[in-house]
Design a protein around this ligand. Sequence first.
Ligand SMILES: [Zn+2]
Length: 411
Amino acid sequence: MSASSLARMLISVAALALTTTALAGPLRVGVAKAKLTPDKPGQWIAGYGENRPAEGVHDDVWTRAMAIGDGETTIVIVANDLVGLFYPDTREIAGSVPGVPADNVIITCTHVHSGPDVLGLWGPNRMTRGVDEAYLAMVKRRIAATIGEALANTQPAKLRFARAEAPPKTGYNCRERELVDPEISVMQAVTADGKAVGTLVNYACHPEVLRTDSRLITSDWVHYLREEMEPTGTGDVLLVNGALGGMVTPEIDAPTFAEAERVGRALGKAALEGLKTTEEISEADIGFERATFDLAFDNPGLALLAQLGVIHRTPSAQNTVQTSVIAARIGPAQFASLPGEALPKVGLAVKGLMTAKYRFFFGLCDDELGYLLHAEALDNPLYKYEQSMSANPQAVPLLMEQVKAAVEATE
Ligand SMILES: [Zn+2]
């Protein structure tokens, strides 16, 4: 073979390699955080009964953001220590951040039951809105600013993926013990100099160790998970909750901060243990899809509260609300979301749509439609409470159809 034909062949091999990998770019990641702790407590605490005024702060509540880009597509994942945020609010926040398409901003809430009310359901009584509007406005500004900061902080980075299993006596399903997703999925961003700047932990469990008699603002067990992990060099930890609905809750001896610490540290230790075996990538072709659609608003109690202005989630003339789901693929990991509190069986069904080794299910993502029930839970008296606290108890088949299409579009 002549030198020139060898050269031509090498060029065509190189061109082939280019076409097959052209879309994979070097990864860039940025992380940022800000406190959402009110300057002056006094807000109504959300999650349990009404009429719980905050009397102080035990530990801060946060917004934490991780921006991930491949040179072409950038997504931002946000984790807030809040009970939830409605879709109009998450889209307002996403739309106010320059430099990233609003659709690519994924806003989740840990569903903590010891933070200020930002939905409206936990005021002095059932019929009175519990939101401190100035606080909610501050929350929106601060989340948006933090997303902007995470984008500004992006730098060349690698992503590490890991898996772990929740240890005994952490989260458990108090309705049907065997129905639970014990998986802890972990994604860690590491800069070129080998320093971890952020670690996303995805695990399903209500942050509700502190109960209805507590009057202190706290991130609950999530605070201690971060306290356990961050001193070991994980960078900022983001907890994204999973399929915690009906009813995955901490298994505790008493509703005390000591028990919140035990649960949070045990989960943090498990995540750290998982990180001892990781798969690392430095480039990827990020696949991302958001499906936005209308869903029937089918809950007379919540409709009445919307009419009274207790919650700001007014259905359209057709009695629908807009909501959305996302799916993403980054190297050996897949991500998918639902806009509320998926029961474990529903979350596991979403994970079942994904074929990747590392699977992340984001609950309370971009919306809080209440409980998302699987078919057998619909007429089961065990789930009476969940049926009453769902914007549409029959929503899951439509949501599954939407999330399945989104997952397929990013495969
Ligand atoms: Zn809940």
